[in-house]
Design a protein around this ligand. Structure first.
Ligand SMILES: CC(C)(COP(=O)(O)OP(=O)(O)OC[C@H]1O[C@@H](n2cnc3c(N)ncnc32)[C@H](O)[C@@H]1OP(=O)(O)O)[C@@H](O)C(=O)NCCC(=O)NCCS
Length: 180
């Protein structure tokens, strides 16, 4: 377990120091992986949009934030059909631990919708959720996506508003259909 201390995770965290060489980072976490360091600089976190997921570990993470269990077969299909999947890993050379996740669906060109944004409760409140969103938005921008939407639970609206998200509907812009 990393010692996060009582302070927020350190001064802005994108650094290219030596905990993981670029080569190792790319080998384990993929081409666009980014390291984020805690204050003591000993325990890197890594954001990746290409490292694959262990479905059971992912479901455990999503259940840890209070979401219901879903059949793994359907989760796998949802991931396969997603435009982008982002993981946040606590680095370990043998067993990196998944502590954050978000994914997007979309057409790959114009629109994307963000789903399943989650940070393990143990690691919440240290700025990792914000960094996860920032990493995800950068990945979407790289793809040239023009408009991004998400559905926020009422108790996390502030989390998104602080990052510049605009709350809708102001007019008649939002519509839902449910199968039951
Ligand atoms: C929402 C969530 C991803 C935030 O992750 P986090 O790592 O705790 O968030 P951060 O530490 O990066 O917080 C960034 C900012 O948002 C604020 N914030 C975090 N969670 C918040 C919440 N639930 N409500 C309002 N503001 C919140 C923080 O105070 C912080 O504000 P600051 O920048 O002014 O200091 C995380 O709490 C989570 O996984 N929650 C359960 C799952 C969930 O509800 N996901 C969203 C689905 S719509």
């Amino acid at each position: 377990m990393i010692n996060l201390g009582s302070k927020r995770l350190g001064s802005p965290g994108w650094r290219n120091e030596n905990i993981l060489s670029d080569e190792t980072l790319k080998k384990i976490y993929g081409k666009q992986a980014l390291q984020y360091f805690s204050e003591d600089n000993l325990s890197p976190f890594v954001f990746s949009d290409s490292k694959s997921f262990d479905l059971i570990e992912l479901e455990q993470l999503l259940q840890a934030v209070g979401w219901g269990r879903r059949p793994l077969r359907r989760v796998k299909k949802a991931l396969d059909n997603s435009l982008l999947k982002v993981g946040l890993w606590q680095h370990d050379s043998k067993f990196p631990r998944l502590i954050g996740f978000a994914r997007c669906t979309g057409d790959g060109v114009i629109d994307a919708t963000i789903w399943d944004v989650a940070i393990n409760p143990v690691y919440q409140g240290f700025g990792l959720g914000k960094q996860l969103m920032s990493y995800l938005m950068r990945s979407l921008k790289r793809e040239g996506i023009k408009r991004v939407t998400l559905f926020a639970d009422s108790d996390v609206i502030t989390f998104y508003k602080r990052q510049g998200w605009i709350l809708e509907p102001k007019g008649n812009k939002c519509a839902f259909w449910y199968s039951n």
